[in-house]
Design a protein around this ligand. Structure first.
Ligand SMILES: Cc1ncc(COP(=O)(O)O)c(C=O)c1O
Length: 366
């Protein structure tokens, strides 16, 4: 016996979405970004399913890369933030990891270590001002890496600050600065595009794209769901009704008694809460599917439970009925909106409490 809470991951949906990214940018190779436990979907399971298909994986840090190698993942793995300590370069050589580089400290550590690295991506700061060096710094890093004889291929990368906002010209400005720098360096492959750029911006031909959120079937754009973009959602989070009661008009529910029934209706208590990853800040009205009908959150989210009601139907509620919190029938992007956040955060903040089930049931059409 266990709490009836399940995160079902459709691994074929992720494969479909990876192929879709490559179809949109057919001249490019593609990383599958599986950092942060594959955005909460389970990095090892996801990477093993995609291992024979992907051009390479990308993670945030070496410990994420190591855990994939230890699980026998064979593809190349790129460290998007590069190394954090000198010793990591030797591990990169040993395990065949690629890495981003953005400062002289990382360069000095590499030169001192004499580690041989297959691909190093020099990170150019084109305006986001989070990681990366400027045009001259990038040129120098490229020159020194090439002179070192330690690196098989040096590439140039950047990251967009506003690619999810199609009305913002910053992406065009960042691309212009990137291409100017690239021309001043000479022949060098590029890596610029995250999911939003892959789907909606014109990115350099060739080189490497870096799809993350789109692999999981989730939209990076406000007001659009993954399915509306042609993606297949990979995670279905579902649980069951564990208690049912009849509320009279005016009765209040949950912590703070913040929900007040406007009329008599049934209320179901469901085994999921913020201790599982459901967002505590979700507001009344957040969508759920309750026994196949449209339902909504009614009452504050507790650690282990939520309370929900049917939106329109007066079907009778019963213990054991299935409740879908998000998935194909309930876009995670819409739930996120009710919690003042984005789909990225909801899936990434999943905890180890739900029962994770891996399936590959969506037929791949690409
Ligand atoms: C450097 C880099 N590239 C690619 C990605 C993937 O971005 P997205 O999930 O928006 O596709 C990320 C994610 O944060 C990133 O930091």
């Amino acid at each position: 016996m266990a709490r009836p809470l399940t995160a079902t991951i459709d691994l074929n949906a992720i494969l479909h979405n990876y192929r879709y990214a490559k179809k949109l940018q057919p001249t490019c190779k593609a990383f599958a970004v599986v950092k942060s436990n594959a955005y909460g979907h389970g990095a090892i399971e996801v990477a093993k399913h995609l291992d024979e298909e992907v051009d390479a994986f990308a993670v945030a840090a070496i410990e994420e890369a190591m855990s994939l190698r230890e699980a026998d993942v064979k593809s190349s793995i790129m460290l998007l933030e590069g190394v954090f300590e000198a010793e990591e370069w030797a591990l990169c050589e040993q395990y065949g990891f690629w890495a981003a580089i953005e400062n002289d400290t990382q360069l000095t550590w590499l030169l001192d270590s004499e580690a041989k690295i297959e691909k190093v991506f020099v990170k150019l700061d084109t305006g986001m001002h989070r990681l990366g060096t400027d045009k001259n710094g990038a040129k120098l890093l490229v020159e020194k890496l090439k002179e070192s004889g330690l690196v098989g291929e040096v590439l140039l990368m950047t990251h967009f600050a506003c690619a999810d906002d199609l009305s913002d010209i910053t992406t065009m400005e960042q691309l212009t600065y990137f291409e100017q720098t690239r021309r001043s360096i000479g022949s060098i492959e590029a890596s610029v595009a995250n999911s939003a750029a892959i789907m909606k911006w014109s990115v350099p031909e060739g080189g490497w794209i870096r799809p993350g959120i789109m692999l999981y079937g989730i939209s990076p754009f406000a007001g659009l769901t993954g399915q509306q973009l042609g993606l297949v959602p990979a995670m279905t989070l579902s649980s069951k009704v564990i208690s049912v009661r009849s509320l009279k008009q005016g009765e209040k529910v949950g912590y703070g008694l913040s929900y007040v029934a406007k009329k008599d209706h049934q209320l179901a208590t469901v085994a999921i809460g913020y201790g599982d990853g459901y967002p505590r800040h979700a507001q009344h009205g957040a969508p759920v599917k309750l026994n196949g009908q449209s339902g909504e959150l009614a009452g504050r989210v507790s650690m282990d439970m939520i309370t929900v009601k049917l939106s329109n139907s007066d079907q009778s509620l019963e213990i054991g009925q299935e409740v879908v919190l998000w998935g194909e029938e309930v876009p995670v992007e819409e739930v996120a909106e009710f919690a003042g956040t984005i789909g990225y955060e909801l899936v990434t903040r999943m905890t180890s409490r739900p029962n994770y089930r891996y399936q590959a049931f969506n037929e791949i059409k690409l």
